[in-house]
Write a protein that binds this ligand. Structure first.
Ligand SMILES: NC(=O)c1ccc[n+]([C@@H]2O[C@H](COP(=O)([O-])OP(=O)(O)OC[C@H]3O[C@@H](n4cnc5c(N)ncnc54)[C@H](OP(=O)(O)O)[C@@H]3O)[C@@H](O)[C@H]2O)c1
Length: 448
């Protein structure tokens, strides 16, 4: 592994040098263990601790199958799917791995292991490619998006997310990115933005692509200039990219956050309309099963106050049960609620009269297809959208990093170093970086 790191840090190493490096037989990766899937049984979600379920173990290196690539991971980031995996909620991910292993894909059986190497982002260097890969070669600096897809069925040929064998790499597949090495399908790879460090480059893939489809794409909110966009969790992983995409596309984001520090962060992105849900004390449920429509109305009035009387064309939803009914209520007549998650609970309840009588739409959105992921990465590469990296941890502290996200103590994205020995390495275009330094560092003031 030491030779890989020296080649990665050397300015002289070329593709042939990486191709000639021996591939280690094993590597360190962040894992949950099948034997421990029941460890939190009976506990409330909030009391479960990722530091107990996630550990760093040595695991055997998989050989790339046709169409795959083995990557030396320089850095990765925490996504909420790793929080779910580490809590074994809503179910242990080992079922996904077993299902994948039963598919007809060549090499799929390797994914069913008693350990699950997690993580759905990476920035790194191609070490080896499997048969049939010609676009990428050893030595290429890459980021990976997390759409693992088979494409043998015609269902996904218009929109790769619709493939029946669509999976999220590092969540529904093994050998994920929170590790020293990782196995991906080569069509997950995209060029690493040249002006970013390894950890900055690894921050955006999953959330930026998801926010792009959810908000901008014709498969999601189809945002246009002048739209009012209500963004829940605007200083979080998804929300910090949705806010930038809204501003970049000429829309007006109304950013919901909890706390003054997060309010300052989204203002620093350029958002002018901010709701501090903690300060305002919004409670959309009187108790576990009784919604409070007065609170939906209070939120609607608050949005109108901020926008000068306008309602939201698009509501960017992901908190789920706690906020969903309010989201449906505050969307404008003919507006769209576009949802990709249910952090606070997946059994939503809302008053359907406000949906049909006002001709609103609810759109389900999940990650992004190849084109959407590529388009989202292009915006990062051109310095139009910036990573919202706040804190960076070493791989050995992956449990602590995941716990910070579970406890909502973080802002933007939390990074994790893989083989990169320190932060600040990997930049190839210093001039472009210099132009965007303030944007790149915006969330660095927030420590979880
Ligand atoms: N389908 C997909 O492809 C996809 C992709 C990415 C993420 N997701 C899912 O989306 C969700 C968010 O992911 P993320 O990366 O953005 O997580 P994150 O970094 O934790 O950000 C979520 C934000 O939501 C806000 N929030 C949390 N609970 C809330 C509640 N009960 N009411 C209102 N706001 C609440 C918090 O902001 P404040 O406390 O500041 O308000 C938090 O910062 C997760 O469930 C994740 O699994 C789905």
């Amino acid at each position: 592994m030491r030779e890989i790191v020296s080649a990665a840090l050397s300015e002289e190493a070329v593709g042939a040098d990486f191709a000639a490096l021996p591939v280690p037989q094993s590597y360190r990766g962040a894992v949950v263990l099948r034997d421990e899937s029941e460890m939190f049984q009976g506990m409330a979600t909030a009391d479960k601790e990722p530091t107990k379920s996630l550990s760093v173990r040595e695991v055997p290196t998989p050989e790339p199958a046709p169409g795959e690539a083995l990557i030396a991971v320089m850095a990765s980031s925490i996504n909420y799917n790793t929080v779910w995996t580490s809590l074994f909620e809503p179910m242990p991910t080992f079922g996904f791995l077993q299902r994948y292993a039963r598919s007809n894909e060549p090499g799929a059986e390797r994914h069913d292991q008693p350990y699950h190497v997690v993580g759905s982002d990476l920035a790194g260097i191609v070490l080896r490619t499997g048969p049939g890969v010609h676009r990428w070669k050893p030595g290429d600096r890459v980021v990976a998006h997390c759409l693992s897809v088979d494409l043998q069925s015609p269902d996904g040929h218009d929109d790769t997310m619709l493939d029946p064998e669509q999976r999220i790499w590092g969540f529904e597949t093994n050998f994920g990115g929170l590790a020293e090495l990782s196995l991906v399908k080569s069509n997950q790879l995209m060029p690493m933005p040249k002006h970013l460090t390894w950890e900055e480059a690894a921050a955006s893939g999953l959330v930026n692509s998801t926010a792009y489809r959810q908000l901008v794409s014709r498969n999601g909110g189809q945002m246009k200039q002048g739209d009012v966009v209500l963004i829940w969790g605007a200083a979080g992983g998804l929300g910090s990219y949705a806010t930038q995409l809204a501003l970049n596309g000429g829309a007006t984001p109304v950013c919901v956050v909890s706390g003054e520090r997060k309010a300052r962060l989204v203002r620093s992105l350029g958002a002018e309309l901010v709701i501090d849900r903690a300060k305002e004390g919004y409670r959309f449920w009187k108790d576990e099963s009784t919604p409070d429509p007065k609170e939906w109305k209070r939120l609607g009035s608050h949005i109108r106050e901020l926008t000068g009387g306008e309602d939201s064309d698009i509501v960017f939803e992901h908190p789920g049960r706690e906020t969903f009914a309010a989201s449906v209520y505050v969307a404008r007549r003919g507006g769209t609620v576009v949802t990709c998650a249910s952090t606070s609970g997946f059994r939503h309840e809302y008053d359907n009269r406000y949906l049909w009588m006002s001709l609103k739409r609810i759109v389900g959105s999940h990650f992004a297809n190849y084109r959407e992921a590529w388009a989202a990465n292009r915006l990062i590469g051109r310095g139009m959208i910036h990573p919202t990296l706040s804190t960076v941890y070493p791989l050995s502290d992956v449990g602590i990093a995941t716990q910070a996200v579970h406890r909502n103590q973080h802002a933007g994205k939390v990074g994790v170093l893989g083989l990169a020995p320190a932060e600040g390495l990997g930049v190839q275009d210093e001039a472009l970086r210099e132009r965007h330094l303030a944007g790149i560092n915006r969330f660095r003031s927030h420590r979880s």
